[in-house]
Design a protein. Structure first.
Length: 168
């Protein structure tokens, strides 16, 4: 069960298809242009592989596939959002491929509704809330819930070192 958002916070917005999503900016390390992604054999389809970020192999997940959307084509706007997660008391860094990254916005709790309980196309256990900005709705994600321990365990099993990952 996700907890209600009670404090004003800054969120980085990004698009997957026609939907606008947001994650707390405190969890975003950086935004990268898409570079060479080295595939991990036997990984699930949503696991694109790993990228070399300043000598460290960072796992990359296709957020479209993770959310059950059809695979998209990379464009000049496609970005890798490098996210810091806390899983099982340990900090883990993972990249998520987004169709485009937009802006950092500030949302007050009064502009955020709880996730819908029915008729939602998205799994509500992955959503912290539905932000409103003018007429637009912004789906605020619970990024720790999205990257479950199971998915991250799969990443940790891959024993790629930075030297094995192609340098872009």
């Amino acid at each position: 069960m996700t907890t209600a958002i009670t404090e004003t916070a800054q969120y980085m917005t990004f698009k997957l298809g026609d939907e606008l999503f947001a994650i707390n900016v405190a969890q975003v390390r950086e935004v990268l242009e898409v570079s060479q992604i080295t595939r991990i054999p036997t990984a699930p389809e949503y696991m694109r592989g790993v990228v070399n970020v300043r000598g460290k192999a960072i796992p990359v997940v296709d957020l479209r596939l993770k959310f059950g959307l059809p695979k998209g084509q990379a464009t000049v706007h496609t970005r890798i959002v490098v996210i810091e997660l806390e899983m099982d008391g340990e900090v883990t860094v993972v990249g998520g491929v987004a169709d485009s990254v937009h802006e950092v916005i500030e949302l007050e709790p009064s502009h955020i509704n709880p996730p819908p309980t029915i008729a939602s196309r998205w799994r509500t256990d992955l959503i912290r809330g539905m932000g409103r900005r003018g007429e637009d709705f912004i789906i605020i994600l619970d990024i720790n819930a999205i990257f479950s321990s199971d998915a991250l365990a799969l990443v940790k099993q891959s024993s790629f070192s930075a030297e094995e990952v192609a340098v872009s």
